[in-house]
Design a protein around this ligand. Structure first.
Ligand SMILES: C[S@@+](CC[C@H](N)C(=O)[O-])C[C@H]1O[C@@H](n2cnc3c(N)ncnc32)[C@H](O)[C@@H]1O
Length: 264
C-alpha cells in the first residue's frame, strides 16, 4: 500500500467524495438567495477548493469569484471549466483571513462556505477578519451562507463519519474522525483517511489537522462582532422549506448571515 499525506494534494479523490451533493447544494444556495437576499447572480466562494460549486454556479449562468489556499485544488478547479464557464469565473490564490480585492467591495449577492471549512480559521482574530472581510464584499442585502458543525463540549465520544464512492474503476473510502473537543484551546483534533483501491492501485492518504470549535453562543457572538445578523438557520439536509425552529438544537448548522443594518 502506498501512503501519502494531505488530501487537498489529490483533488480528484476529494471531489469523488464531496462532489456527490453539488447540484442539491447549489439548488439550496440559489433558493436561499432568492428568498432571503437579492436573488442576484454575483457569487463568492471563499476556500472554494477544487471548484465543484464554482463550476456548477457558472453552469447556471452565475458570475463567480472563488479563492483557496491550495494551488493544487485551484489548478484542478481551473482545468475543469468549459470555455463558457471560464468567462464567468475568477479564481484567486488567497487565504480566508486576508482575501482583499477593493474592486469587489459591495458587489456580491451571495457568498457561501459549506462543509465546516470555516473551522480551519484557527483563532478568533482570524475568524473575525474573515467574516468582516466577506461582509465588506456583500451588497447591503447580500448573504453569507456559512455551514459548519457546532461543538457539544460535554461530548465524551469521538465522532466518526464514513462514505464510500466510486471513481471510474476505483473505490474511494473516506473516514473522518473528530477527537474530543479541547474547550480551553477551542479546537478538536481531526483525522481523515482516504483509501483508494482499484486495478493495480492501493493508496492511503492520511491527513491531520485541527478544527476550531464553536458552540451556538460562541458562533452567534462572533457573527455579531463581525457585523452580521443571523437571518435563518438550516440543517445539512438543504431543505429550504424547513428552516430550524427557534430553540431547536442541532449541531450541523447552515447559518444565513446578512450585514447588520447598523454596526454591531
Ligand atoms: C473541505 S474543502 C472545501 C472545498 C469547497 N468549498 C467545497 O465545498 O468543495 C476545504 C478547502 O479549504 C481550503 N483552506 C483551508 N484553510 C484555508 C484558508 N485559511 N484560507 C483559504 N483556504 C483554505 C483547503 O485548501 C480546501 O480546498
Amino acid at each position: 500500500m502506498e501512503r501519502l499525506s494531505d488530501w487537498y494534494d489529490h483533488p480528484e479523490y476529494y471531489e469523488a467524495i464531496f462532489g456527490t451533493d453539488t447540484e442539491r447544494e447549489m439548488d439550496f444556495l440559489l433558493e436561499v438567495g432568492r428568498r432571503y437576499g437579492t436573488g442576484g447572480k454575483r457569487l463568492l466562494e471563499p476556500a472554494c477548493g477544487a471548484g465543484r460549486l464554482v463550476a456548477e454556479a457558472a453552469r447556471r449562468g452565475c458570475q463567480v469569484v472563488g479563492y483557496d489556499i491550495s494551488e493544487k485544488m485551484l489548478a484542478y478547479g481551473r482545468q475543469r471549466l468549459t470555455p463558457a464557464q471560464r468567462r464567468r469565473v475568477r479564481l484567486y490564490a488567497s487565504r480566508m483571513e486576508t482575501f482583499h480585492r477593493p474592486e469587489l467591495e459591495g458587489q456580491m449577492d451571495l457568498a457561501f462556505n459549506l462543509v465546516s471549512t470555516f473551522r480551519y480559521l484557527d483563532s478568533e482574530a482570524a475568524a473575525l477578519a474573515h467574516l468582516e472581510g466577506t461582509r465588506r464584499l456583500l451588497k447591503p442585502e447580500g448573504l453569507y451562507v456559512l455551514g459548519f458543525h457546532l461543538t457539544h463540549y460535554p461530548r465524551r465520544k469521538p465522532e466518526h463519519e464514513r462514505w464510500v464512492e466510486r471513481l471510474g474503476k476505483d473505490t474511494v473510502v473516506c473516514n473522518t474522525h473528530e477527537g474530543l473537543p479541547e474547550r480551553r484551546l477551542r479546537r478538536s483534533e481531526m483525522r481523515n483517511r482516504l483509501r483508494i483501491t482499484g486495478p493495480g492501485k492501493d493508496l492511503l492518504i492520511e491527513t491531520h489537522w485541527y478544527f476550531r470549535t464553536y458552540d451556538l453562543a460562541q458562533a452567534r457572538r462572533l457573527f455579531r462582532r463581525a457585523g452580521l445578523r443571523v437571518v435563518e438557520v438550516f440543517d445539512f439536509d438543504y431543505q429550504v422549506d424547513t428552516p430550524r425552529k427557534r430553540g431547536e438544537m442541532r449541531l450541523d448548522s447552515i447559518f444565513v448571515l446578512q450585514p447588520a443594518k447598523s454596526p454591531a
